[in-house]
Design a protein around this ligand. Structure first.
Ligand SMILES: Cc1cc2nc3c(=O)[nH]c(=O)nc-3n(C[C@H](O)[C@H](O)[C@H](O)COP(=O)(O)O)c2cc1C
Length: 411
């Protein structure tokens, strides 16, 4: 991770949530480091965490009372008070049980209730025995949280408290602090920017009930839209049909066909500082669509195809359709896992489509591309190519927005 200036934490409100694992004692180091960076740190603990380390340690290090009891006697609704001003929540360590409570939206203790109330980025440092981390229940909870945009740091492979060696050891306090500073630095770097994101596949009708579509779930585009909104952008999401809930704070424009997507994007392009074309738009559509359902008894229909409009190429070739200085970002779906091949595709497509950035991602492997929470990708910009590797779509979205924010800052 790149070195981040500790000054980004100056005066920023960080809520540190401590849950009940052996690694809880290391949370004291994280609190101390954040306080040294100038952060205004408040601590909440689960009752189980207090069995491992005393609340007085955190009160002394943070200079504030520690929230443990949900029914705190102070008169205010303490978890709401704690959550409201938070610019970052750091969960250190996160037990398997707390990950499950977070995934299911529980609010039965002060930590879970605070984490359900915060609207800021959440950083989680899990620590548990290997079997707990690898259990399908924990895997599913982690997937759920990552999809919601929670950032994970660790766990790592190493010696566990039991003396066993395996995955589950909490990330080192230094790495947790670096990850926290990175999230604080991201803050609102797209504030005041208008971002258009396209997502999902299109459906090209054959008749009123049948269409030609593709396997895109829309998750990549929705994740980018959510991340951009959280980083301060005013986001319009132009979406083909998906099963995903609209991300909070994002304007959603629903479309079905490539032509509808084209019209919706062209309508908002003149105001967009950034256009991210993450949708899997059909390249071909039936020349004719029957107005009535084709009868099975009539035998297999002959469906002749014609090309659809290439929205990315059109926006690339006609800068007058876009805001001056605006960035155009395309995706290339490839059945390639080799980073060098992905880099070549990304570079070629960037040049041929007139895009500023192209993300080439592998849609041919079971762990990457359509309908999975992870993606293997290479990002090409004028500065060169960056192999992001196999990461969660949330992490890829943040990496892409880091590039976008960098390019906007340079312009
Ligand atoms: C000695 C001891 C060590 C534990 N260490 C861990 C741990 O590292 N990770 C974990 O997920 N649970 C661990 N547990 C289990 C949790 O403490 C337990 O699930 C508890 O209910 C978690 O509560 P909390 O999530 O509210 O903090 C440990 C339990 C004991 C008794």
């Amino acid at each position: 991770m790149a070195a981040i200036e500790p000054a980004v934490a100056q005066g920023r409100r960080v809520v540190v949530c401590v849950s009940g694992g052996i690694a809880a004692y290391k949370a004291a180091e994280v609190v101390r480091a954040l306080v040294r960076c100038g952060a205004d740190v408040r601590v909440a603990m689960t009752p189980a965490a207090t069995r491992f380390v005393g609340p007085d340690t955190f009160a002394a290090l943070s200079g504030h009372r520690v929230l443990i009891d949900l029914f705190d006697a102070s008169g205010e609704v303490a978890h709401v008070e704690l959550a409201r001003g938070a610019e970052l929540a750091v969960v250190v360590p996160a037990t398997a049980d707390l990950l499950a409570r977070m995934a299911y939206g529980h609010a039965g203790d002060a930590v879970a209730a605070t984490l359900l109330t915060v609207t800021c980025p959440v950083l989680v440092a899990p620590a548990m025995h290997t079997e707990m981390w690898e259990h399908p229940a924990t895997r599913a909870n982690v997937d759920t949280l990552e999809r919601r945009g929670v950032t994970f740091v660790g766990p790592e492979r190493g010696e566990l408290s039991s003396g066993d060696v395996g995955i589950g050891r909490m990330a080192e306090p230094d790495d947790i602090v670096t990850a926290a500073l990175t999230l604080l630095a991201r803050g609102q770097d797209l504030a005041g920017r208008r971002v258009v994101v396209t997502a999902g596949g299109t459906q090209e009708p054959i008749d009123p009930v049948r269409f030609i579509g593709n396997r895109s779930s829309g998750l990549m585009g929705y994740t980018i839209a959510r991340a951009a909104a959280r980083r301060g952008a005013k986001v319009t999401l132009v979406s083909g049909p998906t099963n995903l809930p609209p991300p909070p704070g994002v304007e959603l424009v629903r479309v079905r066909t490539a032509e509808e997507m084209h019209d919706a994007v062209v309508a908002v392009a003149p105001d967009a500082d950034v256009i991210v074309k993450a949708a899997a738009v059909a390249d071909f559509r039936p020349q004719k669509s029957s107005p009535v359902k084709l009868k099975k008894a009539a035998g297999p229909p002959e469906v002749r195809l014609e090309p659809t409009v290439d929205i990315l190429a059109e926006l690339g070739a006609h800068p007058e359709l876009r805001k001056p200085g605006g960035l155009l970002i395309g995706f290339a779906a490839e059945t390639e896992a080799d980073p060098e091949a992905l880099a070549r595709v990304a570079e070629d497509k960037r040049a041929s489509k007139g895009a500023d950035v192209v993300v080439a991602n592998d849609v041919g492997s079971s762990d990457s591309g359509f309908n999975v929470p992870t993606n293997r990708a290479v990002i090409a910009t004028a500065r060169g190519t960056r192999d992001v590797g196999l990461v969660t779509k949330a992490a890829l979205a943040e990496a892409l927005i880091d590039e976008i924010a960098g390019l906007l800052a340079e312009a």
